[in-house]
Design a protein around this ligand. Structure first.
Ligand code: NKO
Length: 195
């Protein structure tokens, strides 16, 4: 297995925006609905919870698969796994198949995390659900859950390279949520249903 090829594969797979493809198959232009985002949340606004779950699962799997391959062939404490994880997320954010206009990479990052630590992933999902139930904003839930990931990996004793990867991914996820962060601060963020 070649490192560079695996990193390229991770980027290309990340570039497949399932939310956009599935919405289009149902006759919806996801970019003109709700927040305009291609993620599971916005697909849920447009097509309902079943399709949100489908997009969430597919976007998670596309983050998981390359990292699992990297882990098997190069080990968890390798630079290859670092670049593979970041490449999946960058693919989703800057997809070559969609004019480099991608999503916010929450589900894809969860997939990467799942390949590193199923336990940290479950804790992140619980945090996500708790914040969503308490506050009602998916974006705030995603930001809180993703910010917890590096801390969890640190507590669980993961190697420095893995922590570094998680910091880079969280930084990217936060950058992609900058409009959401502005709306949250101004008290006019979209709820799950509304736009
Ligand atoms: O349309 O701007 P919007 O309101 O849709 O959407 C904001 C939203 C976009 O994200 C999504 C995906 C929803 C996934 C839900 C479950 C996420 C569990 C979070 C775990 C994060 C782990 C990150 C690990 C980093 C290494 O935010």
């Amino acid at each position: 297995m070649d490192s560079l090829l695996l990193i390229l594969f991770a980027y290309l797979l990340g570039s497949v925006l399932f939310g956009e493809h599935i919405a289009r198959a149902k006759g919806v232009d996801i970019r003109s609905v709700g927040s305009g985002n291609v993620g599971a949340t916005n697909v849920g606004r447009a097509l309902g919870i079943k399709y949100a779950v489908l997009v969430f699962l597919l976007d998670t799997l596309k983050g998981l698969f390359p990292v699992v391959l990297a882990r098997i062939y190069f080990g968890i404490d390798s630079w290859t796994i670092v670049f593979v994880g970041i490449a999946s997320v960058l693919g989703h954010i800057f997809p070559i198949f969609h004019s480099f206009k991608g999503g916010k990479a929450v589900a894809t990052s969860l997939g990467v995390l799942l390949g590193l630590s199923p336990l940290a992933s479950i804790v992140c999902l619980i945090i996500w659900y708790a914040v969503f139930k308490l506050k009602g904003y998916v974006s705030l839930a995603s930001l809180t859950a993703s910010a917890s990931a590096p801390l969890l990996l640190f507590i669980l004793g993961y190697p420095f390279k893995v922590l570094l990867m998680s910091f880079v991914i969280v930084f990217l996820v936060f950058c992609r949520h900058r409009d959401n962060i502005a709306r949250l601060l101004e008290g006019r963020e979209h709820g799950f249903k509304g736009s």
